[in-house]
Ligand binder design. Structure first.
Ligand SMILES: Cc1cc2nc3c(=O)[nH]c(=O)nc-3n(C[C@H](O)[C@H](O)[C@H](O)COP(=O)(O)OP(=O)(O)OC[C@H]3O[C@@H](n4cnc5c(N)ncnc54)[C@H](O)[C@@H]3O)c2cc1C
Ligand SMILES: NC(=O)c1ccc[n+]([C@@H]2O[C@H](COP(=O)([O-])OP(=O)(O)OC[C@H]3O[C@@H](n4cnc5c(N)ncnc54)[C@H](OP(=O)(O)O)[C@@H]3O)[C@@H](O)[C@H]2O)c1
Length: 394
């Protein structure tokens, strides 16, 4: 059945990533959308890499070439000057300054460290007074770096001169791998891993900015070039039930839909007999109903038993997935009483908390439980004892 853990352990990990190629790049958001969410397919053929639905793909992105060139120009150093960086095993290696800036260090978010580095090097005068006011106050400093990248900071304090390219890079932070919930099942797409990525774009201080990794996928990763370092980050808990006869309820607004596309593909391939209920939410049906045709086909096939959607901005009042859960609370409670697994994926800050509360409200209203007993049922029975309330939130 679906939880196939018989695959040999992957030879690829954070210390030894696989260089993969991107083979498809599609838009999920349509004209008129205020968002930019895309579908990417990475080729695993020949890698020996494998994964299970619920796992994530870790990606080590490169900075935008424009940002790299702007930073080089602001430092005034030779882009070909050799600098010493650590390789993935932590061993020192010499690479040109440009390559180090492209592959090794975060440039799209200024840090407290670079601000201290600049403060030490700005000579007495107006710029020095200004930077000291920033670095001497933790709150002002946090606020300053939140909305600025290295170009903003180096431009504003251009009197600071770093002694050498090596000294400059010693002030930078390494690029950490970014995780993406895998949106495919190997059973449906052999040798491929699919991702659903919301591209982070915003404008601050008169300049357009992009998220490091999502921007890399959207704007810089070339197709059919084996040069994207990746590895599979196995999930310890976010798994389909071993028993394919169990029902599952999936709540995945926005990019939270990703692992549920994988779950549905896997349940279909397994011929799992349990029912599958999906709650999906986005801003508008017309422009952000990701994978609409695929879900329609799955409904037709009988794989997707129920699909409830919440398009938050298609009407005056906001409608979110938790509203749809509550509208269908009686049935949802019946599924849970019948042993269904309950999964949530997506935004951790607001959505997952509200969905959690909706579940408690449903247990109270439809289970006839006191507020305390309803909370206990969700927090202890479902989550800890039965382990059938599982979350993949970020
Ligand atoms: C287990 C897991 C699974 C995940 N799965 C997915 C997935 O399937 N799909 C997906 O899209 N993401 C997913 N993520 C999130 C993903 O890992 C990245 O965090 C996301 O893509 C942003 O990374 P980035 O490098 O593009 O942006 P970064 O370079 O990290 O920039 C993002 C930062 O930009 C800042 N920012 C945004 N707007 C503004 C603004 N207006 N002003 C100032 N700063 C701003 C925010 O502080 C934010 O932290 C997942 C995360 C985890 C942990
Ligand atoms: N840094 C950024 O610029 C940025 C931008 C977007 C998302 N994110 C983060 O990226 C992740 C996923 O984003 P995403 O674009 O896939 O989707 P998302 O922002 O989570 O939005 C998906 C849907 O969820 C709705 N929503 C908002 N608040 C909610 C709540 N409390 N409960 C239930 N639904 C709620 C949204 O409605 P409304 O939008 O109408 O409120 C939208 O319809 C999240 O972690 C999010 O915080 C970051």
């Amino acid at each position: 059945m679906s939880e196939v853990s018989s695959a040999p352990p992957s030879p690829y990990n954070r210390k030894n990533p696989y260089l993969a190629e991107l083979i498809r790049h599609e838009h999920l958001t349509k004209a008129g959308s205020g968002k930019d969410t895309r579908h990417f397919v990475v080729n695993l053929a020949g890698s020996g890499l494998s994964y299970n639905p619920g796992d994530s793909l870790a990606v080590i992105a490169r900075n935008s070439p424009q940002l790299v060139e702007q930073v080089i120009a602001l430092t005034g150093f030779d882009p070909l000057a050799p600098v010493t960086v650590k390789d993935s095993l932590g061993q020192p290696k010499s690479v040109p300054f440009r390559q180090a800036l492209s592959e090794n260090f975060i440039l799209n978010r200024a840090t407290k460290k670079i601000m201290s580095g600049l403060a030490e090097r700005v000579p007495q005068g107006e710029q020095r007074n200004k930077i000291m006011e920033i670095v001497d106050n933790d709150e002002v400093l946090a606020d300053y770096v939140y909305s600025r990248d290295y170009v903003d900071a180096l431009t504003e304090f251009d009197e600071a001169k770093f002694e050498s390219p090596d000294v400059f890079i010693s002030q930078l932070s390494p690029i950490p791998p970014r995780l993406y919930s895998i949106a495919s099942s190997l059973a449906a797409h052999p040798d491929e891993v699919h991702l659903c990525i919301a591209i982070v774009r915003y404008e601050t201080h008169g300049r357009k900015k992009t998220g490091l990794c999502s921007g890399f996928f959207a704007d810089h990763a070339e197709l059919n070039q084996r040069n994207i370092p990746i590895y599979v980050q196995e999930s310890r808990h976010f798994r389909l039930p071993k028993d394919g006869a169990r029902d599952i309820i999936m709540v995945g607004p926005g990019t939270g839909i990703a692992p549920f596309r994988a779950f549905l593909e896997q349940r279909s391939a397994d011929g799992a007999t349990g029912r599958n209920w999906l709650f999906f939410g986005e801003q508008h049906r017309a422009s952000e109903f990701f994978y609409e045709d695929e879900f329609a086909a799955m409904q037709k096939k009988g794989v997707l038993t129920r699909l409830d959607t919440a398009f938050s901005r298609d009407q005056a009042e906001k409608i979110y997935v938790q509203h749809r859960m509550k509208e269908n609370g009686k049935e949802l409670w019946a599924w849970l009483q019948g042993g269904a697994y309950f999964y949530v994926c997506g935004d951790a800050h607001r959505m997952a908390k509200d969905v959690h509360q909706a579940l408690i409200d449903i247990a109270r209203e439809h289970g006839g439980l006191s507020p305390e007993a309803a909370a206990e049922y969700v927090n202890v029975t479902l989550m800890k004892t039965d382990k059938r309330y599982l979350r993949d939130v970020y």
